[in-house]
Design a protein around this ligand. Structure first.
Ligand SMILES: [Zn+2]
Length: 277
């Protein structure tokens, strides 16, 4: 079910992890951002768009994680974009003949059979420093940063006051740092939050990759909440983040484990000595 959150901007929330697919109306069709996760949900979204007479004319993936680079054949053959670094990361994965196995290791087993992988990760990288998504519709500014994943991009639809945050600024997921790739994951994350803070005043509607769509007050509030969490990680302190409390949406299952793993990996980095963060 598509829900309008701003003029010409609609969201489809998945049953998987409150993932948000975002539809932006353009002149000749729609831009589809982070299209979805489960095959039947993407097929239903494609049907809804067909009934609205709105072909998909462009796609965009905010970052190269499996749940943001899926596609359904019924969306058609529109160009699918990401940042250069996002595309390079996913192309490196696809060049491994056993990439299916690697994806299978990180997808939840209970939904694995419902995730269509035939069009997985077919992303064209936009040249570095590309300011806007090339398409015939409202201008969509690309705010690239290093924090959660290589080449992660938030998108600002300026004339609609909408920020599509990718896997930043969620009300249900804690910040998940790029501990695999980053040299200084803590500082990268804090820098990304500062970058988003720079546009937060222009945001009326905040759409996270997972979680609830927020209003203008939520941009600043979630930046502060994420910063407090990252500071607690940095200082190896106890985090009182409500998102990992047992009563939170994902506070009983995987998030406390993610939090513990991040603490341990950062401690190991410190023990190795000299590596910041
Ligand atoms: Zn992610």
């Amino acid at each position: 079910m598509l829900r309008q959150v701003a003029e010409g901007v609609l969201v489809h929330e998945s049953e998987f992890c409150q993932s948000n697919a975002v539809v932006v109306h353009g002149r000749a069709g729609v831009l589809l951002i982070d299209p979805g996760v489960l095959g039947y949900e993407m097929a239903a979204l494609a049907n809804d768009l067909r009934e609205l007479g709105q072909p998909v004319v462009a796609g965009f993936s905010t970052h190269p994680h499996w749940d943001h680079v899926l596609w359904h054949a019924q969306f058609g053959a529109a160009p699918r974009y990401g940042t250069a670094s996002c595309a390079a990361t996913i192309q490196a994965l696809l060049s491994d003949p056993h990439w299916n196995d690697r994806v299978a290791r990180v997808t939840p087993p209970d939904i694995a059979g419902q995730i269509p992988l035939d069009l997985f990760g077919l992303i064209s990288g936009l040249p570095a420093e590309t300011a806007r998504i090339p398409w015939d519709g409202p201008q969509v500014r690309i705010i690239e940063h290093q924090a959660h994943a290589p080449g992660h991009a938030a998108l600002l639809i300026e004339e609609r006051g909408v920020l599509v945050a990718g896997d930043m600024l969620s009300d249900v997921l804690i910040p998940v740092l790029d501990l695999m790739n980053a040299t200084d994951p803590i500082e990268d994350y804090l820098a990304a939050l500062r970058l988003l803070e720079g546009v937060a005043g222009d945001v009326d509607v905040l759409i996270p990759g997972h979680g609830s769509v927020g209003g203008s007050d939520q941009a600043h509030a979630r930046i502060e909440q994420d910063r407090a969490y990252v500071h607690a990680l940095r200082d190896a302190g106890v985090s009182s983040d409500p998102r990992i409390s047992p009563s939170a949406t994902f506070g009983k299952d995987f998030l406390p484990g993610v939090h513990e793993r991040q603490l341990q990996q950062l401690a190991r980095r410190r023990d190795r000595g000299g590596v910041p963060g």
